[in-house]
Design a binder for this molecule. Structure first.
Ligand code: GLP
Length: 260
């Protein structure tokens, strides 16, 4: 695991966008796994800037989103379909036919989930998966107790997740009770993972994910088993890390090696 500690949200967003741009540079038809939530918004803004000012080209990129709420239509302002178009897709040159987002249709859940898994395979698998993290340590909507080998499926959201996400809705009662999410097995198969976190409300989840035991209780801890996981966090989110100084030192040493 590569843990990169930066000053603040802005720096986290910039560094994350650089990783994405670098991978697109190396592979223009990159299969990019995307995340929602407030955390990646700054990275999306930076990618839009890079597209407009520096010609970052998304015309061959294919994208798969991690998750979606069940029961919200794709034009619902709080759906992840809407979010992704609003925050990224409408402002870059990605082709609509290359965008994949799970369909949160509970009645046809099995078909929808199997189709999503099949599509990821058909496109060659995810090259780089972007991840945020919930306060309870979840990635996607893989709430505590999710099987570490799980595939795309419907998950019941925890009270904590519903409360956290209520800020995007007019009333708490409007937050869907279920989400459709790539499983932890699906995420593990991405060739590279990039997890972002910012702010003090992520401090505990980050410490447990990076330094705690690998467990289904903190599903982001699964990244400890991933051969290529990068974690970019700001000062606030890194506050409780026991090995913080070592992570900083490692990054400095890695930079020195790169310069040689
Ligand atoms: C939701 C999403 C996650 C996201 C999490 C954190 O539960 N399903 O993918 O990581 O929220 O959101 P935020 O970045 O707003 O803290």
């Amino acid at each position: 695991m590569r843990v990169i500690i930066v000053k603040d949200y802005k720096e986290m967003s910039r560094r994350a966008a650089e990783v994405v741009a670098n991978r697109i540079g190396k592979k223009p038809d990159l299969v990019l796994g995307l995340a929602t939530g407030s955390t990646p918004v700054g990275m999306y803004s930076e990618l839009i800037r890079m597209h407009k000012e520096e010609g970052l080209d998304f015309s061959k990129v294919r994208s798969f989103n991690l998750d979606e709420y069940c029961g919200l239509s794709s034009d619902h302002p709080q759906s992840y379909h809407y979010f992704m178009h609003d925050k990224l897709f409408n402002h870059i040159n990605i082709r609509p036919e290359n965008i994949y987002i799970p369909i949160g249709d509970v009645e046809n859940a099995n078909i929808s989930c199997q189709w999503y898994e099949k599509k990821i395979k058909e496109e060659g698998g995810i090259d780089l998966q972007i991840l945020g993290i919930g306060r309870d340590g979840h990635i996607g909507f893989n709430e505590p107790g999710s099987s570490l080998g799980s595939r795309t499926r419907i998950k019941t959201l925890t009270k904590e997740t519903i409360e956290d996400n209520a800020r995007f809705f007019k009333k708490r009662e409007e937050v869907p009770l279920y989400g459709i999410t790539m499983g932890l097995g699906t995420i593990s198969e991405a060739r590279e993972c990039l997890l972002l976190a910012s702010g003090t409300n992520k401090t505990e989840a980050i410490q447990k994910s990076i330094e705690g035991p690998v467990s289904a209780e903190i599903t982001a801890s699964l990244l400890q088993l991933h051969p290529r996981a990068i974690i970019i966090i700001d000062e606030e989110a890194s506050q409780n890390l026991r090995q913080k100084d070592y992570y900083r030192y490692t990054e400095k040493m890695a930079e020195k090696l790169e310069r040689k």
